[in-house]
Write a protein that binds this ligand. Structure first.
Ligand code: NAD
Length: 294
């Protein structure tokens, strides 16, 4: 089967490579032509526009930064909505606002095009290994049709409910990840300030109740001073803003999320928006004068 794949960034590239390895033919597009070339070298066919990548495809996948980019690529001028045929399926794997998924899905439904929101968790390493966690919203029967394809990119896919439920699940995920990173940054900075080696603290606590996937992925980066993204601070700001907007629309305050959002905003203001979100430890470095780096 030939698929359209649009958005070849940190995540999209390895996800598309795994689809190629699984035998899918992919027509790919990104604003960055070097990224298209990389995938062409891996066996994909390059397109000159998103609409060209989507034309006559049963399934189109998008992996873009946020709601405005997905709206533009799908519904904007020369968008893929006009190129997709009734009965075809858009799987948007970007992490966007749940309300935006519902709006885009409603516009596509008018053309008879189905849509799933299927954001992922696991970051670049799991995108490379094909072991992402996929959380899916939309019609269950549409999900059943594409489940096998999703499992070429992930080792789990969970159907979470109607359109937007995938992104609501992802926002919950992003709150937990942000708080875990902030907790690690605060705790390891305290240890260093108190004269205890953060490396030993990590070894002592990682197997206990405080241990987590986030701790194992991000604390070694903090100790190495490695802030190569990974997951960029600016993307985490985007997710937490979407979480706060979603909460406010439901009449719910998110006091802890807002606190971490402010720390990340400060780092963005300090020019660190393109660094990995584990660079949140730099916020603590700034306010304490203490670095956890080895
Ligand atoms: P990225 O910034 O590396 O990639 C986004 C890509 O989209 C870029 O290559 C960009 O050129 C392309 N793009 C933007 N606008 C476009 C347009 N109009 N037409 C075509 N291409 C366009 O981001 P990423 O890290 O790959 O993340 C993509 C999505 O996945 C985001 O929603 C992010 O929150 C989510 N996500 C990222 C990670 C991670 O660890 N990086 C993990 C899980 C989920």
């Amino acid at each position: 089967m030939e698929l359209g794949f649009i958005g070849l960034g940190i995540m999209g590239k390895p996800m598309c490579r795994n689809l190629l390895k699984a035998g899918y033919e992919c027509v790919v597009y990104d604003l960055v032509s070097e990224s298209v070339e990389e995938l062409v070298k891996a066996g994909a066919r390059g397109a000159k526009s998103a609409a060209e990548a989507a034309k006559e495809k049963e399934i189109v996948i998008t992996m873009l930064p946020n709601s405005p980019q997905v709206r533009q690529v799908v519904l904007g001028e020369n968008g893929i909505a006009a190129a997709m045929e009734p009965g075809s399926i858009l799987i948007d794997m970007s992490s966007i606002a749940p309300l935006a998924s519902q709006e885009i899905g409603a516009a596509l439904a008018e053309k008879g095009v189905e849509m799933l929101d299927a954001p992922v968790s696991g970051g670049e390493p799991k995108a490379v290994d094909g072991t992402l966690s996929v959380m899916v919203g939309g019609k269950c029967e549409v999900y059943e049709k594409v489940k096998e394809l999703l499992l070429c990119m992930g080792d789990s896919a969970v159907y979470c409910g109607g359109l937007g439920a995938g992104n609501t699940t992802k926002l919950s995920n992003q709150i937990v990840v942000a708080m875990n990173i902030a907790a690690c940054a605060e705790a390891f900075t305290l240890a260093k300030k108190a004269g205890v080696d953060p490396e030993l603290v990590y070894q002592a606590i990682r197997g206990g109740l405080a241990g987590s996937t986030v701790m194992d992925a991000k604390v070694p980066m903090m100790l190495e001073g490695n802030d190569r993204p990974g997951f960029k601070i600016d993307l985490h700001i985007k997710d937490l803003n979407n979480a706060v907007e979603t909460g406010h629309a439901l009449g719910m305050a998110l006091p802890m999320t807002v606190q971490i959002l402010e720390m990340l905003e400060q780092l963005h203001g300090d020019g660190l928006g393109q660094k990995d979100h584990s660079a949140l430890v730099r916020y603590y470095e700034k306010i304490t004068g203490v670095s956890v780096r080895r």
